[in-house]
Design a binder for this molecule. Sequence first.
Ligand code: APR
Length: 249
Amino acid sequence: MDDELRRVAGALAAADTAVAFTGAGVSTASGVPSFRGEDGIWRTEFDPDDFRVGRFEADPSGFWRDRLRLHEAMFPGEVEPNAAHEALARLEDEGHLDAVVTQNTDGLHAAAGSERVLELHGSNARVVCRGCGSREDAEPIRERVRDGELPPRCECGGVYKPDVVLFGEMLPEGVLAEARRLAADSDVFLAVGSSLTVEPAASLPRLAAADGTLVLVNLEETPCSDRADFEFRADATEVLPALSAELRG
Ligand code: APR
């Protein structure tokens, strides 16, 4: 691994544009379960079909009841950034990374100090009213759901929805367009902790690999493994700090 790390560090040092693309695997060390990895919540406790936008629209009360259970399973307590998040924030701070494009909704990249974070799938920290479009902090609304307000409603009477992209929903257009541009422009694209199975997010590493260096860091094989220039089948909390240390020399 050391020689490959040195070569990736060299590519990052020489890159004009470098992007990190992350999935649930960067947050598992913070205690947040993944979806499809070992012990992933889609494999153990929850059915992703219960969280489709069609289910929300047909049965908002049942959706919110299940969504609260999912939230409490994913975030049993306060979660903190881990060494993988912190290494990416250092890489940005030291000029070796232009942005983090994340599928995660846990806010841990910003909490670790990353400044340019594109949240492709939205944020667990907010809810949005389906009537007037207003956005509010999510925790007080989750509290109201715990107290039996099903579904939680805005003052305008509209139903609140978690401000995350549900299966069957479009991604925020501007964010996706910027992420696509970054991927296309990137000289180095680090895809970390993602099974790379959910579109259109999973198209970004393929776009980057067209004429840039694609680096995968994932415990398991991914559909992009055959086109990666480098693949670390290892823990992100080991590889990313080692990469950051290599760049510091
Ligand atoms: N280091 C490296 N890889 C890890 C680690 C770790 N510490 N822990 C888990 N992994 C790997 C798992 O092996 C798995 O392949 O991270 C990957 C996470 O994949 P998923 O659970 O599918 O998560 P993700 O790719 O982010 O899912 C994409 O699917 O359910 C939707 O909207 C949800 O954003 C999510 C999207």
